[in-house]
Design a protein around this ligand. Sequence first.
Ligand code: HEC
Length: 112
Amino acid sequence: MTKFLLAIVLIAAAAAPLSAHAGDVAAGQKLALDRSKGNCLACHTIKGGDAPSSVGRKLVDMKRRFPNRADLVEILTDESDRNVIAPMPAFGRNHVLTRDEIEKIIDFLYTL
Ligand code: HEC
């Protein structure tokens, strides 16, 4: 019986981050496509977005191109750290996106 309960607890613990993750991907997609938040479509083509743009690169194959999540956090927080003349807004530094919102957008980007 104890073993059975332990198994239930372990399964529940393992499942919890998974369901949170799925919610984060959906929330991240919404933030990325939202014109008053990420507005990434103004400059990037993103699968599922309605207005392809080519100011910045097409956001595809993200996990392979950015295996280090910290790089994406940095790009979304303040791209001018990497490229001083980058036209990409410093979403984090300018408080357009919170750190939590940036993390959700990255969860979404990793599905592209
Ligand atoms: C005003 C235009 C603009 C907006 C809005 C914008 N970006 Fe960018 N972004 C750029 C440009 C231009 C570059 C390339 C220049 C550079 O790397 O410094 C870039 C680079 C990137 C890169 C690195 C791409 C690569 O392949 O090297 C990522 C990732 C990225 N943007 C994600 C986003 C996300 C996610 C959003 C929305 C939250 C966003 N960008 C909004 C213009 C924009």
